[in-house]
Design a binder for this molecule. Structure first.
Ligand SMILES: Cc1cc2nc3c(=O)[nH]c(=O)nc-3n(C[C@H](O)[C@H](O)[C@H](O)COP(=O)(O)OP(=O)(O)OC[C@H]3O[C@@H](n4cnc5c(N)ncnc54)[C@H](O)[C@@H]3O)c2cc1C
Length: 323
């Protein structure tokens, strides 16, 4: 750790993850003249780069996720933020005043504050064709993609609160919604079940699942498998929304910060975690709505709170030296 501090590998703040939450935190921290590093495992931009159009980010029209990510990245770099992508963190130490990160390439970085923004991923069905038609008929986000299916028939997979609530919200756009669920009952609140059951545009295929997706360029049909009989039938579907759960990318910090049973990081309103100097923001925290705008908002709050923490730490040290 001492070597890292001497080798100029010491930062005021290190942000883990370069999605919208992490890039926003990087913009705010480096603009506040704090030496900031963002370390990212995948492509800069996070889940944003998976979508061909972000239509609900205020102030910008007709922008792809990739373009929006590049603008955020450029903004962060302009203010002096260092960004390292395609990097694996091998070891992380968050307790104590100086935090340390050991990367797979052997480099060690230290800092006084960490902002965790590793995002997450929607659970997938893991069946044939699913990867081919993600963003081309298969979606995991009703708010993001519902509008693309105006006056079309769509399918929703799942039987929990998210599936039923999102199915109802999708009726604003779709002419008909078919919910496919693996059991003969739903695992949702009674009011959500009632609302879906009583909706004239929603119908149900129970004890069934999707066993394959078909199409050429875009999704054209699905195979629905009855789990009781094993029978499979093909069903025309240009749009399928899958709501079978969400997994935050927090395995690498398990046991290091407080999380709920679902692996979501627990934060206070200022995005601080239970560890001093450690903040979290974006899709990896325990919250209901996961959007670019909410990630950006969380990243802002986390960065401002971390800046304040770093300022107080500096004042405390100066007082100690003066005493
Ligand atoms: C297909 C799709 C379409 C979407 N469309 C829209 C839309 O139109 N509008 C909208 O508002 N929202 C949309 N969303 C949701 C939106 O993209 C997310 O809510 C948002 O990106 C979350 O931001 P984040 O920064 O918290 O995490 P992410 O975007 O998930 O970014 C996290 C980053 O952290 C990195 N990371 C993970 N683990 C580690 C680790 N151990 N070490 C270092 N780095 C790590 C990842 O590689 C990733 O780059 C869409 C999502 C998907 C999947």
């Amino acid at each position: 750790m001492l070597n890292a501090m001497r080798a100029n590998n010491h930062y005021d703040a290190i942000v883990i993850g370069a999605g919208p939450a992490g890039l926003t935190a990087g913009i705010y921290l480096s603009r506040a003249k704090l030496k900031t590093l963002i370390i990212n495992e995948g492509t800069v931009g996070g889940q944003m780069v998976l979508t061909h159009e972000i239509a609900n980010y205020p102030g910008v029209e007709n922008i792809s996720g990739y373009q929006l990510a590049n603008i955020m990245k450029k903004q962060a770099k302009t203010f002096g933020c260092d960004i390292k992508s395609n990097i694996i963190i091998e070891r992380i130490e968050l307790s104590g005043e100086v935090k340390s990160l050991t990367l797979a390439d052997g480099n060690v970085y230290t800092c006084n504050s960490v902002i965790l923004t590793p995002g997450g991923r929607s659970r997938t069905l893991g069946v044939k064709g699913e990867d081919n038609f993600k963003g081309k008929g298969i979606s995991y986000c009703a708010t993001c993609d519902g509008d693309f299916f105006t006056n079309k028939e769509i399918v929703v997979v799942g039987g929990g609160n998210s599936a039923l609530e999102e199915a109802v919200s999708l009726t604003k756009y779709a002419s008909k919604v078919t919910i496919i669920h693996q059991f003969d009952h739903f695992q949702a609140f009674e009011h959500a079940i009632e609302e879906a059951r009583n909706h004239p545009k929603i119908n149900f295929v129970m004890e069934s699942t999707i066993s394959a997706f078909h199409g050429s360029e875009n999704l054209e049909s699905i195979d629905i498998k009855n789990l009781k009989t094993g029978n499979v039938h093909n069903f025309n579907a240009n749009g399928t929304f899958i709501f079978i759960g969400y997994t935050p990318n927090t395995e690498f910090i398990k046991g290091k910060v407080e999380m709920n049973q679902g692996g979501e990081i627990m934060v206070k309103p200022d995005m601080s975690t239970n560890i001093e100097g450690v903040y979290a923001a974006g899709d990896s925290i325990a919250k209901r709505y996961r959007q670019v705008t909410t990630a950006v908002g969380d990243g802002t709050v986390a960065a401002l709170a971390a800046s304040n923490y770093l300022h107080e730490l500096k004042v405390k040290k100066q007082k100690l030296i003066a005493a």
